[in-house]
Design a protein around this ligand. Structure first.
Ligand code: CP
Ligand code: NVA
Length: 320
């Protein structure tokens, strides 16, 4: 049995996602009732974060502590990765100490290389390309509120970046329709989109018209206009995205009772107006909380795999 990583949402199939979401329901109910878990007792999880984080870092750390585990938190700057120690060497060293590695960084290729050289599970805590932990958790939040995922119409309003990519992958695994309103020049990666369209059971539509995307949608989803690492583009993006705002006019097009999601942090008055963010259709804080429950279930799923058996010689592939 090969170790499992979670580098993109497509690393889990439908039945595995359903199992994780169902287990997360138990974790959520158990926490509310005061029950804990000792699943991670005696295990230590590494976290390498090269970008800021409030939700992902804290929800993973708290989740790991509540499961009886321990955390070592690092950034590249605090390791020899900043002094050109190869990722593959770092991966093999960390495999000797840790039981899983959670990474937030820029290039997807960095986490792929880490996962390929480590014999422990590697989890993507956000790259420029994907944010699978967030979208896995968002699937939970939608299912929790609307009771299902299949057959829904989901709208994405904004940037065709990491969050949009993970939603596009979600649409290939679950059976919902996805309409993305994205300004010209900010579209999703064509490879991700083409692969998804070839697999998805329902349409994945890209439009320049946010109202068209929102029409009849049960879920309205948005994200910042300028992501981490794009700070210098903020002014240009604010102009280019100005008509891609989740506001009451857009919500009027959505289905009755439509829910609004935003992975946060939010910029009120930019991608979402304050009245919608604070309004009755907004579930953004449930969404943030659910990261905790879903990631516990994800850790349990990934760490149920084979024990890490690091190879001694450089020529041996640790992940084989
Ligand atoms: N949604 C999300 O990933 O938030 P953080 O950047 O605070 O982790
Ligand atoms: N697209 C955003 C998501 C933040 C959780 C970013 O990458 O900054």
């Amino acid at each position: 049995m090969k170790k499992r990583d979670f580098l993109t949402l497509s690393d889990l199939d439908r039945s595995e996602i359903e199992a994780v979401l169902t287990r997360a329901v138990e974790y959520k109910a158990g926490r509310a009732a005061g029950f804990g878990s000792n699943f991670l007792k005696g295990r230590t999880i590494g976290m390498i974060f090269n970008k800021p984080s409030t939700r992902t870092r804290v929800s993973f750390e708290v989740g790991i502590y509540e499961m009886g585990g321990r955390v070592v938190y690092m950034s590249d700057e605090q390791t020899h990765l900043s002094r050109s120690e190869p990722i593959s060497h770092t991966a093999r060293v960390l495999s000797r100490y840790l039981h899983a590695l959670i990474i937030r960084t820029y290039e997807q290729a960095e986490i792929e290389e880490m996962a390929g050289s480590a014999c422990l599970p590697v989890i993507n805590a956000l790259t420029d390309r994907h944010h699978p932990c967030q979208v896995l958790s968002d699937l939970f939040t939608v299912r929790e509120r609307l009771g299902r995922l299949d057959g829904l119409k989901m709208a994405w309003i904004g940037d065709g970046y990491n969050m949009a990519h993970s939603w596009i992958q979600a649409a290939t695994i679950m059976d919902f329709e996805l309409r993305l309103a994205i300004p010209e020049g900010y579209g999703p990666d064509p490879d991700i989109l083409d692969q998804a369209r070839a697999k998805a059971g329902k349409p994945i539509v890209i439009t320049r018209d946010p109202l068209e995307a929102a029409r009849g949608a049960e879920v309205i989803n948005t994200d910042v206009w300028a992501s981490m690492g794009q700070e210098e583009e903020e002014a240009k993006r604010a102009r280019d995205f100005s008509s891609y705002q989740v506001n009451s006019r857009l919500m009027a097009e959505a289905a009755d009772g439509a829910m609004v999601l935003h992975c946060l942090p939010a910029h009120l008055g930019q991608e979402i107006t304050e009245d919608v963010f604070e309004g009755p259709r907004s579930f953004v804080f449930d969404q943030a909380e659910n990261r905790l429950h879903v990631q516990k279930a994800l850790l349990e799923f990934l760490l149920n795999g084979p024990p890490c058996r690091p190879a001694s010689r450089a020529s041996e592939r640790l992940s084989d």
